[in-house]
Design a protein around this ligand. Structure first.
Ligand code: ZN
Ligand code: ZN
Length: 274
């Protein structure tokens, strides 16, 4: 196993189950060398799910305090998970993990990882039952967002497969689907060259493999991208859950190194050979 770290975790400030300090205690217990917090950044809808202006300020203050309190034991980072519809200011944070969770529909923004019945309604009413149209509505704005916003990390790139692993919305192994995803990936690569391999759903919802899927991960390697293991942890004991599987997939895709949040002062990331 590589030195343990994650740039992606959530606490009680948004939809996680532990305090930030409990996350740090668990990271120390598991021997983590660094830990990045990435709360769901400020957005102007779907309120309970993301930081508000008030909780953003508390979040920043809390992580800054923990950084100092634990500086001799572990390197902590203040990040944010910034959806493409977020309006948060990246200047306040150490890094930005950019993600997409919604497709635009007649009813507003429908989460692709939220309520299954809502995404089924969207498929029927907004995309004429054509899952590939839904996939395109997810990927095209996401690719454009990464290209223009230039975040530090791309998060759960193919989240749209969450409810389509058995082909429910579209066939995730079909050339037509993969072409849509790869085109967005190529556009994204012009704005960010680091993608997380997100193992969070393996334990949380029984996903067979991390995000992104192996064909997409292989394409990312061909483009020359780097990867970082991320647990997208919402519950402290799961801080490194799925990491063995994640690392196996990274190796299978042909990567010879991964990045982690730097345990030392200096650059944001450190490279670890596999
Ligand atoms: Zn997310
Ligand atoms: Zn997350």
């Amino acid at each position: 196993m590589i030195p343990l770290s994650t740039p992606h975790c959530h606490t009680l400030f948004t939809d996680g189950r532990n305090t930030a300090e409990e996350m740090v205690a668990e990271a120390l217990r598991q021997g983590f060398v660094s830990l990045g917090f990435s709360e769901h950044a400020l957005q102007l809808f779907d309120f309970p799910y993301a930081l508000t202006e008030e909780s953003e300020a508390q979040y920043i203050q809390t992580v800054q305090r923990l950084k100092e309190a634990y500086q001799d034991r572990i390197r902590l980072y203040l990040g944010m998970e910034r959806d493409l519809l977020s309006c948060a200011d990246k200047a306040k944070f150490d890094y930005v993990l950019a993600t997409s969770h919604y497709v635009k529909t007649a009813r507003g923004n429908t989460a692709v990882d939220g309520d299954l019945s809502k995404i089924q309604t969207a498929l029927r009413e907004d995309f004429g039952g054509d899952g590939l149209k839904l996939a395109k509505a997810y990927y095209q704005p996401f690719g454009a967002y990464i290209a223009s916003y230039k975040p530090d990390i791309i998060g759960h790139f193919d989240l749209v497969v969450k409810y389509s692993r058995q082909g429910e919305l579209f066939d995730p192994g079909s050339p037509a689907y993969l072409r849509i995803a790869m085109e967005a990936m190529e556009e994204a690569f012009t704005g960010c060259t680091l993608m997380e391999v997100n193992t969070g759903a393996i334990l949380r919802s029984g996903a067979p493999s991390p995000y992104p899927s192996l064909p997409l991960l292989k394409h990312w390697r061909k483009l020359g991208g780097d990867v970082i293991l991320a647990s997208d942890c919402h519950f402290a004991p799961q801080l490194s859950s799925g990491y063995e599987k994640g690392l196996a997939v990274i190796r299978e895709a042909g990567f010879e190194s991964v990045l982690i949040l730097n345990p030392e002062p200096g650059e944001l990331f450190a490279r670890i050979s596999l």
